[in-house]
Design a protein around this ligand. Sequence first.
Ligand SMILES: *Cc1c(COP(=O)(O)O)cnc(C)c1O
Length: 447
Amino acid sequence: MTLVNDAAPAAVRSDGRKFRAYTAKHLDELTARAGLPSGQRLAIQAVATVLPFRTNSYVVEELIDWSAAPDDPIYRLVFPQEDMLPAEDVARIADLLRRKAPRTEVEMAAHAVRMKLNPHPAGQLQLNIPTFHDQPMPGVQHKYRETLLFFPKQGQTCHAYCTYCFRWAQFVGEPDLKMAADDVEQLQRYLLAHPEVTSVLFTGGDAMIMGESVLRRYIEPLLALDQIESIRIGTKSLAYWPQKFVTDPDADDMLRLFSEVVKAGKNLAFMAHFTHPRELEPPVVQEASRRIQDTGAIIRTQAPLIRTINDASEVWETMWRQQLRLGMVPYYLFVERDTGPQDYFAVPLAQAYEIFRNAYKNVSGLCRTVRGPSMSATPGKVCVDGVVEVFGEKVFALHFIQARDPELVGKPFFAKYDPAAVWLDDLKPAFADRFPFETSIPVPADG
Ligand SMILES: *Cc1c(COP(=O)(O)O)cnc(C)c1O
């Protein structure tokens, strides 16, 4: 009997336990399931030559409400939409696909469209990559004094891709846009030379795409470093593949690794990306969340505010309340970054602030650990505190939650009210001729 089961992958799949990815080659079948006509399906395939598409059996079978597709928020979270890109670009690529043009021709057209989409926002490539002994360290970003971001080479994909992903350029085969590192010893040496770093944040992609043995190779060397107070893992796995912590073959080993971090006296911060309350509903998510917290890890939650997916205060209120019940700590509500199909997903700052406040005012103080709306911009993380009238002038009140220049953190500043502004560089200073960050932008000291 055991042998029969082992030889029957279909049976294993049918209980949803085995990870199965869906890529662009499944797109037509899936968009047909959403009831879309063939012309629209071709346009969506054209968009998917420019922007990455990947989902999986759990998202498709457990999270999406197909009776509501294509308007369902979880459907919109993972499936490209034909109006995400300029109509003439979509039409040109759709025409190439219809004519069955050679792959290289399609790829060249897609590449040209990508280059118009600000693939690396916030000076990520030029400003944040540190050098060590005069060598740049690819796959490492050191923007804020105390926190180092590390992009492990094996963590550069996700269990599914979000349509609004700000790191989309990494997933579409643009080789010179990739950021990834695999040199653990160099990381360790850099940290020893930078005792001001107390937190290492593993990100990607998704750090939880890695198996336990690979992740262990990155994490174990950090446990011996006394300066490290916290290890963070940026991940959407709890939403997209909670089986990772429940039924995957290395689930128990992974949880043991988490316990070891906690036993070594470090805070293991599991930075969970949840976009919509539906992602918290399946029992397997709640089971995974409980198992992670049983290791002593703290789950903190964050997501961007996205037009047509979660741009209503009730969505955030419901999400924070449910996260609180599950023992999670709401952390950030982000403003969608100025990259990719930003025009499509952007919510103006004034509206983002209203959505945030209308949710925030209704929840208990325990949920008010959340901060936002926060823009991860070139000089730092800027929070929109509100819209106020000062001596008859309507302005945005803002402050830095994080800044390249630590002196700016926590200091209020003002910008002229503009109902259409969607990002920091749309704003003009109020009561001053420049913003506090416009005097100078110091680049972090390097090795
Ligand atoms: C958000 C972010 C961090 C972490 O900042 P916290 O405010 O400590 O959560 C670190 N590095 C970069 C580049 C970031 O964008």
